[in-house]
Write a protein that binds this ligand. Structure first.
Ligand code: UDP
Ligand code: MG
Length: 141
């Protein structure tokens, strides 16, 4: 599974009409999109997805934000997908993100930072399975 990662175009970026621009980053960096869908998470779903952060002070704010509007969830494939995607998105805090990264270009705050990326192969696998059934992942096309 080391060639897979999971991405979210977060509600701020969808609202601000950056979905197409972010898709261009995905495609120009040669990620293959195995699956993508537009969803609106419930608060409970957001809490489940970010369970790893449930003890953090920003958990309530984060899960409210993530369930506040539409977002696009994606399963992406590329060699070293996890680290490659994290390079494309940039640092968590947009003010610390490198020039040209998605968060530098399209995010305005630490909380509302345009995109998600998995932090390990193990979590990528879990996160893809959280949102996609096997039949939704187009593996051999
Ligand atoms: N976050 C926040 N305040 C913080 C740290 C993180 O609101 O002090 C939010 C932010 O949206 C971030 C998400 O929580 O993307 C998950 O945090 P993590 O440290 O896993 O950052 P990421 O992996 O998304 O770069
Ligand atoms: Mg993280």
């Amino acid at each position: 599974m080391s060639n897979l990662t999971f991405a979210i175009i977060k509600p701020d970026a969808v609202k601000n009409n950056y979905t197409g621009k972010i898709y261009d980053h995905i495609l120009s960096k040669k990620f293959e999109i195995l699956s993508a869908k537009l969803i609106k998470m419930t608060k409970k779903q957001a809490e489940g997805f970010y369970e790893i952060h449930s003890d953090k002070p920003f958990f309530g704010e984060l899960t409210s934000f993530m369930s506040s509007g539409k977002c696009m969830v994606l399963a992406l494939k590329k060699n070293n997908a996890v680290s490659e995607w994290r390079n494309v998105i940039g640092a968590t805090n947009p003010s610390e993100a490198d020039e040209g990264t998605i968060r530098k270009l399209y995010a305005n705050s630490l909380g509302e930072n345009a995109v998600h990326g998995s932090d390990s192969d193990e979590n990528a696998k879990k996160e893809i399975a959280f949102f996609f059934s096997d039949s939704e992942l187009i593996l051999n096309a």
